[in-house]
Ligand binder design. Structure first.
Ligand code: URA
Ligand code: SF4
Length: 192
């Protein structure tokens, strides 16, 4: 199968974004200001997957615009990337109340959107931030502490799990680990 053109990828993503903005498949639709589809290059070599929108993301309709987003920008820089190079999305498109953990039924209800986004973009690497994204993409019960910094595979995608940047803001001892992992991501990207 030949690779979709940039324009075809853009069109596919717009169609999925239209569905997400109208979605009422789980109860999180009731509390949202905006669904957060995701943002970045339709042609990205790297797809970054977070957990769910927080307060700022819900208000602005864009992923990682709060404190965790600022730190994510720094981490991308360590890997030699900027936001325009990657695509950033979340497992859940709507904010859980009070930023509580996503529930299994919400993850299941929302799953097709991330799958469709991933297929539309066709990235080489998927970088999963934290436990929820890692467990979802790898279909594993193994925790992030064991998986982080080790290259995995899911179908035709290379998967690189790392700590969630918000966890490293909360627990400073995770910062050097997370920064080393992004340096390693930069090396992997440069090598092939
Ligand atoms: N945390 C996430 O997992 N996703 C966001 O978009 C913002 C914070
Ligand atoms: Fe739909 Fe996902 Fe939002 Fe639930 S979280 S309403 S499944 S877009």
């Amino acid at each position: 199968m030949s690779e979709a053109t940039l324009e075809e990828k853009r069109t596919s993503l717009q169609a999925i974004a239209g569905e997400v903005s109208q979605c009422r498949k789980c109860e999180l639709c009731g509390g949202r200001t905006n669904a957060v589809f995701g943002d970045g290059s339709p042609d990205a070599r790297v797809l970054i997957v977070g957990e769910a929108p927080g307060k700022n993301e819900d208000l602005q309709g864009k992923p990682f615009v709060g404190a965790a987003g600022k730190y994510l920008d720094e981490l991308l820089g360590i890997a030699g990337l900027s936001r325009g190079d990657v695509f950033i999305a979340n497992v859940l498109k709507c904010r859980p109340p009070g930023n509580r953990d996503p529930r299994p039924e919400e993850i299941q209800a929302c799953a097709d959107y991330l799958r469709d986004q991933t297929r539309a973009i066709g990235p080489e690497y998927i970088v999963t931030l934290g436990n929820f994204a890692t467990k979802f993409i790898l279909r594993t019960e193994t925790g992030i502490t064991r998986l982080r910094g080790r290259l995995q595979r899911a179908g035709r995608f290379k998967v690189f799990p790392v700590f969630h940047p918000a966890a490293a803001i909360y627990d400073q001892s995770k910062r050097p680990v997370l920064e080393d992992d992004f340096a390693k991501l930069g090396e992997l990207l440069a090598a092939d």
